[in-house]
Each structure stands twice: as C-alpha cells, then as structure tokens.
Write a protein that binds this ligand. Structure first.
Ligand SMILES: Nc1ncnc2c1ncn2[C@@H]1O[C@H](COP(=O)(O)OP(=O)(O)OP(=O)(O)O)[C@@H](O)[C@H]1O
Ligand SMILES: [Mg+2]
Length: 238
C-alpha cells in the first residue's frame, strides 16, 4: 500500500520507546527524563500545558533535536541522534505545528515531493500519490495551487505529505490548531481513516473530542515528563 513492501514487520510489541530523554536549552529544561512508548498501529494523544515539551519531544523523535540524555528506539533499533532524513527512511514522518504551506506547489506536487527519497518507479510513485490524495480527500484539488487552499485543505495536504513518505509512525503536532471550526471535522475524518489503515499515530492535541475520536491512550506531559497515561476515558475523568 502506501508503504514499501518488505520493511520491518509492523507487529513489534513496541514500535516506539522514548526512554529517559532529557533536553536542555540554555538554562531551560524542555524534557526532563521523559518516558513514553507506543505500539504498532496504536494512536497516542499527547497533551499538556504550553511550554511543557510536547514539540521538543516530536523534535527529538524525528531527529531535529538531539537529546542530552536518554534514548529513542524504533522497533528495537536505537535511532537516538540519527539525522532526520534517516529517521524518515526508518518510517517516522511528522508535521510541524501549524504554519502556512511554504512553497508554491500544487497539491499533488506537495504530496509527490514527499515520495522523492523513496526508490519507486514512475508507476508506483504515481500510485502512491493517488492513494494519498484519495485517503486525504484531495483528489479533486490535485491541480490547485496549494497557497489558495482553506485551512482544513492545507492541513490535509500537510498530513498527505507526511503520509507519502511511507512512514509507519506519524507524528502530528497540533493538527487541529488554528483551523476554522467548519474545517476540523474533515481533518478529523482523514486522521480516523489513517488510523483505520493501521498506522501508528502520535498526536499532540488539546480537546476531548479529538482524543475520544482518535486515540487509544493519552499521555499528559508537564514540565518535560509524562505525568499521567491512560485511556481517554480515564485521563479525561481525572
Ligand atoms: N530551539 C529552542 N531554543 C530554546 N528553547 C527552546 C527551543 N525549543 C523549545 N524551547 C523551550 O523548551 C520548552 C518546551 O517547549 P516546547 O515547544 O517543546 O513546548 P510545547 O509543549 O510544544 O508548547 P506549546 O503548547 O506552546 O506548543 C519551552 O520553555 C521552550 O521555550
Ligand atoms: Mg508545541
């Protein structure tokens, strides 16, 4: 399907393990011994106050930031400190906290650009792009200049770009932030569809509706540590 065949099996007990990660920026401790794990196909919500370290956690997992201490394991492989492009190849793809799509590309060019590191023939590449456009509901918009899209459409392009890397773990940083209210349901239904495809998702978000619709578990981060985990019902009740 979207992923190359023949990659590591998606059935390892823990797809991702973050063990005791510490990251300091000058005098500020962004991550303070954070522990987290995620199973293949699992969808984990990460929430917590502003500045608690959620984006830094995604930066460490995706290789954008190197931790001072601790390890990150992907399906049993120690990926700590790997450069981002190798982590993408290993199957981890991420979106950034909402921003406008920076390049003047069409929707399908955005999606295709994310496949270019993959050794796919022309036909396979086309098929992946078509599948991603279909899964994200963007087929009818494929020729549109991405800078002319609504907030929900842009967000779906960002998710499609992530998906087209062939990742088995998607890291989504606040995909519902700064969406107009009418656009949130379409993004939610795309993410539900991806979850249904068996992709593992680590999703930074803040609302009960999103957690209930998308997540198997929630981890609450405060001051750079996970202070609580549980099912959405357990954590939202607390
Ligand atoms: N590149 C950086 N340089 C210096 N300090 C940083 C950097 N990145 C993050 N920080 C600091 O690390 C702490 C955690 O920031 P982070 O962005 O991870 O929090 P967050 O939980 O994602 O917050 P928000 O909910 O506002 O997105 C903050 O004090 C932040 O100022
Ligand atoms: Mg953040």
């Amino acid at each position: 399907m979207i992923r190359d065949a023949g990659g590591p099996a998606a059935s390892e007990a823990r797809l991702l393990r973050v063990e005791g990660v510490v990251k300091r920026f000058g005098g500020a401790t962004a991550l303070n011994g954070l522990m987290l794990s995620l199973g293949a196909g699992e969808s984990l919500g990460v929430t917590g106050p502003n500045g608690s370290g959620k984006t830094t956690l995604l930066n460490v997992i995706s290789g954008v930031v190197r931790p001072d201490l601790g390890r990150v394991w992907l399906a049993g492989l120690d990926i700590t400190g790997w450069p981002p492009h190798l982590i993408v190849r290993a199957g981890v793809a991420r979106t950034c906290q909402p921003s406008r799509l920076p390049l003047r590309l069409t929707v399908e060019q955005y999606v295709e650009a994310a496949t270019l590191h993959r050794r796919l023939g022309r036909f396979r590449r086309r098929r992946v792009v078509n599948q991603v456009l279909d899964l994200t509901g963007l087929t009818d918009l494929r020729k549109r200049d991405a800078s002319t899209l609504s907030s929900g459409e842009s967000r779906r392009v960002q998710v499609g770009h992530t998906l087209a890397t062939g990742g088995r773990l998607l890291l989504l940083d606040e995909p519902f932030a700064s969406l107009s209210p009418g656009d949130a349901p379409e993004v939610l239904s795309v993410l539900r569809r991806l979850r249904g495809q068996g992709l593992a998702i680590l999703l930074v978000a803040h609302t009960a509706t999103v957690f209930q619709a998308l997540c198997d578990r929630i981890a609450v981060v405060e001051a750079g540590r996970v202070v609580r985990t549980g099912s959405p019902a357990e954590v939202l009740r607390a």
